[in-house]
Design a protein around this ligand. Structure first.
Ligand SMILES: Nc1ncnc2c1ncn2[C@@H]1O[C@H](COP(=O)(O)OP(=O)(O)OP(=O)(O)O)[C@@H](O)[C@H]1O
Length: 222
């Protein structure tokens, strides 16, 4: 039996009492698996991820996520803060009080994991959208995060780069035993995940393997 990496029980949240977003939402993700979260616009997917990451507090319910967690935003320009690749990946390590050689090793390990070893001195502004997303993921790997939360990370990428990123995250999950929860609108991305959820009307209404969820979405939108 696998350990649970992410667990949510009866979560409720609303921006106002008149408009509840999550209405007793529950889910569980085993360690070392790649899951996706689908749902219509405004169904509360980003809100759920923000609660999982501690950016928002639920009104009620229980929430557990293995720590430290890494969060990858839709727009990488909202999270890359330093001028170069190496400085950005190292930035998240500041609070750990590591020695310089330890920081260098962590940065190299993380860049190697996303196939960007040797890119330390590259300026962030010169990277493509997909490369920036891989740097954001490298930041989480450098911090040795067991869990990655990704909020529509391919939304701003071209189709080829979208496929490369989702493939990369799948291979990180499988090779490093990480757990990832990936929010998406794109049904073709489901092919890469182990299982997926659908968030509707404030609750998880469906959970299952990718093909089953694809069929459900296609039938419900036909
Ligand atoms: N800061 C905020 N203040 C008030 N309402 C908000 C705020 N952020 C989001 N909302 C509302 O909460 C609801 C859920 O938003 P959320 O962004 O979680 O949905 P989503 O499923 O991620 O949507 P999308 O697929 O469009 O990204 C929406 O109705 C949204 O307008």
């Amino acid at each position: 039996m696998k350990d649970v990496a992410i667990s949510v029980q009866n979560l409720t949240f609303g921006w106002s009492a008149q408009k509840p977003i999550l209405k007793g939402c529950s889910l569980e993700i085993p360690q070392g698996e790649f899951w996706m979260l689908l749902g219509n616009n405004g169904s509360g997917k980003s809100t759920l991820l923000k609660i999982l990451s501690g950016l928002l507090s639920p009104q009620s319910g229980e929430c557990y996520v293995q720590q430290p967690l890494g969060f990858v935003f839709q727009n990488p320009d909202h999270q890359l803060v330093m001028p170069t690749v190496g400085a950005d990946v190292a930035f998240g390590l500041v609070s750990e009080g590591l020695s310089w050689p330890q920081v260098r090793d962590r940065v190299q390990e993380a860049l190697s994991a996303v196939n960007l070893l040797g890119w330390e001195r590259r300026p962030i502004y010169a990277l493509s959208g997909g490369q920036k997303q891989r740097i954001a993921i490298a930041g989480a790997i450098a911090r040795h995060c067991p869990v990655l939360l990704l909020d529509e990370p391919t939304a701003l990428l071209d189709p080829e780069t979208q496929g490369e990123l989702v493939e990369q995250v799948r291979s990180l999950v499988k090779s490093r035993g990480m757990t990832a929860l990936w929010v998406t609108h794109r049904l073709d991305e489901l092919d890469y995940c182990d299982r997926a959820f659908i968030l509707e009307e404030g609750n998880i209404t469906k959970e299952g393997p990718p093909q089953e969820l694809k069929n459900y979405v296609i039938q419900s939108t036909a």
